[in-house]
Structure formats: structure tokens, C-alpha cells
Design a protein around this ligand. Sequence first.
Ligand code: SF4
Ligand code: SF4
Length: 417
Amino acid sequence: MRQIEKVSVLSNAPRCEDSDNVYFVQVDAAKCEQCGECEGRCATGAIQPRNGDEGPRTVIDPAACINCGQCLVNCPYGAIYEGVSFVNEIFAALKNPDTVVVSMPAPAVRYGLGEPFGYPIGTYVGGKMFAALRKLGFDYIWDNQMTADVTILEEGTELIHRLTGKIKKPLPQFTSCCPGWIKFAESFYPELIPHLSSCKSPIGMLGPLSKTYGAEVTGVEAKRIFSVSIMPCIAKKYEALRPEMADSGFRDIDATITTRELAYMIKKAGIDFNSLPEEEPDFDLGASTGAATIFGNSGGVMEAALRYAYEVVSGEKLTVPDITAVRSHKGVKEATVKIPSFGELKVCVVSGLDNAVPILEAVKSGKSPYHFIEVMTCPGGCVNGGGQPLFPDVRAGSLFKSIVARMNRRFAMRKTA
Ligand code: SF4
Ligand code: SF4
């Protein structure tokens, strides 16, 4: 087996060997008011009363937890917290003159990061985010949107190959970019694994690219590169620690933080976020299209993949690229797209795993009519992920206001993309 080198910085964060046994989400029993909201939000039953039918809640088994963080963002009492943080490790790497630290922020981060600095919910602050990363001392500002575009090319091509029989894999094809969904499928629907796209997620692609292509274009030795994934998602910490995420010959992703933790780092470093100028990512691994931005919205991956598949299969461009049928706020969305020289392509977009279960059961029993299914664990997609800033109204117990806030984040992302 190939030896995987590790960058020698301080670390008390977990390594790949034990990621299935790590509690990425934990409950502070002293703060738990036993309201049960978290159990209602959990699609796997991983969070339960610690004393049988009652008592403060706890994550009973990390193997059953898909690390989505939906319990955390919906706990009205702030009793649930992240069990793993790489913040100290990243600060140490930023101070280490032998280490070259690169940033890799996901599309949705730039639509949530403004909230802890007083911006209205969903405000796009991408330019300030890139400036803040430079101020923090990141050597290269690379962007996960770049590999969101690559994912579309890869996943769209795989779909076409499945449709045309060029590869012998079953339909429907499922998207594979959401790590909570992937762990859910592996744990509860292993028979559906052949339906999952073989593509890595955007960050799963950018991590190894940072240490191969990135090392080449910058002239920096790969072993000196420390790659930081910045995500709206707690499950991305789990994904980065999976043993197979080492295609570059090193750990592909050295550290993962959430949007909340990036806001904390900016505040801790004393950076005046609101006064920062608008900046751009570094071009080599930073250029992207609007299709990459909508990845963070439920339906976005589907829409981008359909545009690509339509063009490749028919040889024509869609006259109107907006596929509005997959854009609504509903948990399950269906659409039929007529593609010249192919026929009707039936697709489905699901967010929230409770919504996914009937669709998965239909696929299992061979009764699903779809060719392509997008699944996102978090309601509305990554823009409302478990690593995004918390809504004050959730703390105040206003479910209605928090639902409106989630919709506003989605509207904002669509409007500016
Ligand atoms: S939502 Fe929070 S307060 Fe309510 S039971 Fe769960 S952990 Fe306890
Ligand atoms: S992180 Fe997700 S899967 Fe884990 S206990 Fe919370 S809601 Fe359940």
C-alpha cells in the first residue's frame, strides 16, 4: 500500500484512520432542555435520549450519524456543538514559514459568511471573503467553484455514457457531491451504490488538484502545501478524512472548517470584514462559471448537468438555460426535459433525506421513472447546510422565521448567480 505523507504541523484533529468513529456532532447535556427538536430533524435516528425514553439527548453512535448538523442548526437552546475543529491547526499552519497554505471555499460559504458581520441573510460577500482569506495569510486563494464546474463536466458525461450504454451502469444515476447523502446511501442503501455517480465531489477534486496541478503551476513542493477546505457543511470534515481521499500521494485535504469557523477566525484575527475591499481568487485554480455557484442550491447540480447533457447529446444550446422546474422550494421536484435525438429525460431533485426515502425505495424496487436524481441532505441544499451561521430566530424558537430565512438564502443565491 502506498505510504501517505502528512504535513508536519501541530494537530490534535483526527486523522483518516478513525473517521467513522469520530463524533463530529455532540450534545452538551447541561444545556439540553429535552425538547426533542433534534430527533425530529435527524433522518438516521442517531440522536436519542441518553436514558432510554427520556433525558438529555446524545449522539448514540457515530457510525449512524451522517454528520449533517441539521440537529445542531435547529436546536433552540444551543445545546449541540461541533466535536471536531481544525481552527488551531490552520492558525499554526498560517504561522509556519515552511508551509504554503491554500484556501478552497465552497460556493455557499460566500452567501452565509456575511451574516455574522451584520449583513442581511443571504448577502453575497464573495469579494470580501477572498480579501479576508488573504488578510488571514493564506498564500493562494483557490476556489472550490472551479471544481464544481469540473464536476458538471464529469457527472454530465457519465450520465450520457449511462444513457447511451457506453458504460454498463444502472439508471437512474444519483449525484455524489453531498457527503451526508453518500454516507446515508452507504449505510442504509448499499444496494444502490452502483447508481451513485463515480465522480468525486468538487472538494474531493480540488484537494488532489491543489497538490498536483497546483504544485506544478506554483512551483511549490506538494509536501509543503497545506490545503484548507471551507464548507457550509460539517459532513465535509468526515469526507476529507476518508482514507481514500489521498490520490495526490498526500492527504488531499489537510483541514476543513465551516462557514461559522471562518467567521470566527476572521474575528479572532481582528480583521474588519465590513471594510475589506472586493477581491478575486487566484486564477490558476480560481476561475468558474455561474453554473458552479448554483451548486449550493437544491436543484443547482441538476440544472447545470442538464444544460451540459442537452448540449452534448443534441449538439444544440438550450434557448433558455433556466430550468425553472427544478428551482422551487419543494423537497421533491420533478422535471421532464425533451432532448433532440434522445427523447425525454426524466429527472428528480430531492433535498432532506426524509424526502429521499420514498424515491430510494422506488429505485430499489425497479419502479422509479427517472434517469437522473439529485440528492442533498440539507433542506434547500448546501446554502442551508449544518456549517452555516445559525439563525437567531431558531434560538428564539421561531420556526416560521427560520424557514423564511432559509428561503431568503436560496433566493439570494439564485439572484446573484
Ligand atoms: S434540540 Fe437541543 S435542547 Fe432540544 S432535545 Fe435536542 S439537544 Fe436537547
Ligand atoms: S448530525 Fe445529522 S445524522 Fe448526526 S445526529 Fe445530527 S441530525 Fe442526526
